[in-house]
Every structure is written in structure tokens, then in C-alpha cells.
Design a protein around this ligand. Structure first.
Ligand code: TRP
Length: 457
């Protein structure tokens, strides 16, 4: 069973070393693990909250896409897209907004920081605060929940946002009486979560203390490293590696053996200038080959566009049935399928045309069944059972399972559903992996619908 891991990167500034070490590199490493189903996207709707400069947003989207690809992201393996290419995200944002307590958003760190700043300056507490900034956590929750992401790797400053996404998901699940959303878990790379910047504070564009990853080439990298603030110890004087930004940055790139040697050199009194040169050379060894790919990619924006559109297609194949399911659950179905008697959601759910099972006797005398979607498409064919009661018992369990809880293995062109570690049904042959992934989303949505139905009976 794969774990769905999702992360977004806001497309304002230009990627720096801190972004690379804290987010991009660990995310790409994780995406290569076979048990990980990775989703990476450019949070360009979030970028609008921070910047109203179109040229900057546009430039940043291109740079960030090229950076992730140059750093080794394989778009065939992961789902890589732009937030603004997924209309289901703003739609879900509104659904979530309507169950989110305003008080929850009042407590968001970013919003509170603005309020505190205004209060200190004697201004109106909401001066200069847009509703976009206020809603930031809800949009982020939609990013995550639209795909039922299980794990979200982020920087420490984002932990509260993931907690809010959980709160909001729980509230929606509770109100509408079904586990529509998986509760996401935050993942922090303990070792190298944050790098110090030039002034020793956390490397961040808001402190203007960053070391660029690719921008300006090797020359810029070296010059910036030479500007890292150190203490005033002279060459020959012992330096404390543990309070030195140089060492922390070095350690984030180097092996334990290399780090050990650098530590010794500092303790033995290497001059700061020389130490910076050592740091530069070590970083350049990792960065140079990536920078070369980056330059190639940046020169071909149309190719990047194609990659992102394909990513959006894969992402929407999952978000779109999810939204359809939610629309049905909250009372926004097509009127033609809604044949409502008076009353609330219980009747509404009953009136929906549910996915259905069809049992049959196979030519060898065994008992099997198929599961069809509401639209009548075949989703599953069961294995053969000797005893019809066994086949019935499996159907019964599938009716209450729910999409998120189903264990489904993806084969190149098919799907296998398991119960208790045993395969019990397979999906038809699909023409490609994209169709298969689409079918998987429909299968999960159908299992969700069955479970809702079952509950209301
Ligand atoms: N807010 C995140 C940041 O600034 C970016 C982001 C947007 C994100 N949506 C997300 C991260 C969803 C993880 C999941 O770093």
C-alpha cells in the first residue's frame, strides 16, 4: 500500500539553499521510494496572497518548476502540477470555508503576527490584511484534502497549518457524517529542517539573508558564501563548529566523514576565508550538475508547460471524482438525480443512484460478483468463491469499507483490492496508467458512496 505524500511550494521568490535542503531535496528523495505516491505542486494561488506583481509570480513559477525538475523530480513518477490548474481546489476551499470556525483562523500565526504588528504601531488591527491572508489556511487545507494526502512534509512554520487542515477535515467529516477526508500528518525532516542564512537567523526570503541555489551561477554562489557572517576569530584561533553557520550549512550537504573533517579543521583554527572556500567547493560539487540541467530547462518553457499540464490532468483525475462525491454529500447534486422528498441528508443520500453489486455463477460453478459505479461502469470483478455465502460476506464488507480504508494495489494496467492481505477482486484492464489511476479514484469514490448509503439505511 502506498502512502500519499503531498507538498506545495509558494511561487514568490527564487529558490534558495534553505528551500532546497529543507523541502525540495527531502521531498524528491522521498518520492523515489516505492511505497510513496508523491504529489508536488506550485502554490501559485497562495503566491497571490503575498505578491501582486504579475511578472514576479510568472518568473517564480517558471524558476520553481525548473528547479524541482533539475533537482531530480521525475514527473512520470510523481504528480507535479500547478495549484491554479486545478479548479477543484478553489471549489473545495469554499466547501471547507463554510465549516471552518472564524475563531480558528483568528489564531493562525501569520494573521496574528500582522495583527500584533498593527497593534504595536497603533493602527487598526486589520490594517493591510487581506481576506486572502486570513483564508490562507483554508486554501492550504483544500490543497491537501482534495487528494486525501496522508503525509505533508513542510517546514516548522507550517505545522500549525497542517493541524488546522486536520481540524477542518474532522469538522467536515463530522458534519456530513462520513470519513470523506483522510486526516493529514505533518512530516518534519528533523536533521536538516532549517538552514541558517547569511546573518545566522533562519534562511528566509523575508529576512533577506538567503543564498541562491542556481540564480547568478557559481560566481554568485561563491560571493554570497563569502558574505556569511562569522565571529572575529583570526586564522589559527580555534572556532566553535556548533555555533557556526558555515558548519551547519556544510553538514546539510556533506557526509558524516566530510563533516567530521570540517569540524576538525574549524577546531584547529582554519581561517574563516579558507573555511568559506571549502564550503563553497563542497556545495558547488552538488549544485553544478543540477544548475546545468536548470539552465537547459529554463531555456525551454514550453516543455515545462507540457509537463505541468500533464500533471494537472493526473491530479484532476483524482480531485474531480472527489468533488463530485462532496457535491452529492452536501446537497449540490444535479437536480435530475435528486428526486427529493422533504427532509435532510438522509433522504438525499437514499435517493442517489448508488453503485451496485451484481452476483453471478461462473462457468466452472463458482460464485462471483461485479461492482458497478453509479454510471454503470464496471469497477471490480471478484475472485471465485466456492460458497455463495463467502461472496456475500465480502460484498457486505465492501459496503461499509469506505474509499480511504480500501487497500488497493496498482498493477501497470489493473488494480487489485485486498481484504486482510488477501486479494478479493480485480479491476478491468485499462489502456494506461492514467486511466488506471482515474479508475482507482472512481473506485474509492464508489466505496465512499456505498458506505454513506449503508450508514443512512
Ligand atoms: N504554505 C506553504 C509554504 O509556504 C506552501 C503550501 C501551500 C503547502 N499549500 C500547501 C505546503 C499544501 C504543503 C501542503 O511553505
Amino acid at each position: 500500500m502506498q502512502t500519499r505524500v503531498l507538498t506545495g511550494i509558494t511561487t514568490t521568490g527564487t529558490p534558495h539553499l534553505g528551500n532546497y535542503v529543507g523541502a525540495i531535496r527531502p521531498a524528491i528523495a522521498a518520492s523515489r521510494r516505492p511505497e510513496v505516491d508523491a504529489f508536488f505542486f506550485m502554490a501559485d494561488y497562495h503566491a497571490l496572497i503575498k505578491s501582486d506583481d504579475p511578472a514576479r509570480i510568472e518568473r517564480s513559477r517558471l524558476e520553481i518548476a525548473a528547479t524541482w525538475l533539475a533537482a531530480g523530480l521525475d514527473p512520470n513518477r510523481v504528480t507535479f502540477y500547478r495549484q491554479s490548474d486545478i479548479p477543484e481546489i478553489p471549489e473545495l476551499t469554499w466547501f471547507l470555508t463554510c465549516v471552518t470556525a472564524k475563531g480558528l483562523l483568528n489564531r493562525a500565526h501569520a494573521y496574528k503576527a500582522s495583527v500584533d504588528k498593527n497593534t504595536e504601531a497603533g493602527e487598526d488591527q486589520d490594517a493591510g490584511v487581506t481576506a486572502g491572508l486570513y483564508m490562507y489556511p483554508v486554501l492550504m487545507a483544500a490543497d491537501i484534502l482534495a487528494f486525501n494526502a496522508q503525509q505533508v512534509p513542510v517546514g516548522r512554520d507550517q505545522i500549525q497549518h497542517i493541524e488546522m487542515a486536520r481540524d477542518i477535515a474532522q469538522r467536515f467529516n463530522h458534519i456530513y457524517g462520513h470519513e470523506f477526508f483522510v486526516l493529514p500528518e505533518v512530516v518534519i525532516e528533523e536533521q536538516v529542517a532549517t538552514l541558517p542564512g547569511l546573518d545566522g537567523r533562519k534562511m528566509s526570503k523575508s529576512y533577506d539573508n538567503t543564498i541562491p541555489l542556481f540564480a547568478g551561477g557559481a560566481k554568485q554562489l561563491r560571493e554570497t558564501i563569502m558574505r556569511i557572517v562569522t565571529d572575529s576569530r583570526m586564522p589559527g584561533e580555534a572556532k566553535d563548529p556548533d555555533s557556526s553557520s558555515l558548519f551547519t550549512i556544510f553538514h546539510a550537504f556533506a557526509s558524516e566523514t566530510e563533516s567530521h573533517a570540517f569540524r576538525r579543521a574549524l577546531e584547529e583554527g582554519i581561517g574563516w576565508g579558507e573555511a568559506k572556500q571549502v564550503l563553497y567547493e563542497r556545495l558547488e560539487a552538488d549544485i553544478a550538475p543540477m544548475r546545468e540541467r536548470y539552465e537547459e530547462l529554463i531555456a525551454r518553457p514550453a516543455d515545462i508547460e507540457d509537463i505541468l499540464r500533464e500533471g494537472a490532468r493526473k491530479a484532476r483525475a483524482i480531485a474531480s471524482p472527489k468533488i463530485a462525491e462532496l457535491r452529492a454529500a452536501i446537497g449540490l447534486r444535479a437536480m435530475s438525480s435528486a428526486n427529493l422528498p422533504a427532509g435532510g441528508t438522509r433522504q438525499a443520500t437514499k435517493a442517489a443512484r448508488p453503485p451496485r453489486f451484481a452476483s453471478f455463477r461462473d462457468t466452472d460453478g463458482s460464485f462471483r460478483f461485479r461492482l458497478f459505479s453509479s454510471e454503470g461502469d464496471e469497477l471490480l470483478l471478484s475472485k471465485s468463491f466456492k460458497d455463495p455465502k463467502e461472496a456475500g460476506a465480502v460484498q457486505k464488507r465492501l459496503k461499509v469499507l469506505g474509499g480511504a480504508a480500501a487497500t488497493v494495489h496498482s498493477l501497470p494496467r489493473s488494480l487489485v483490492l485486498e481484504l486482510d492481505g488477501e486479494p478479493v477482486a480485480t479491476a478491468p484492464d485499462y489502456t494506461d496508467e492514467i486511466e488506471r489511476d482515474e479508475a482507482l479514484s472512481y473506485l474509492r469514490a464508489a466505496l465512499d458512496l456505498l458506505a454513506v448509503q449503508e450508514k443512512s439505511e
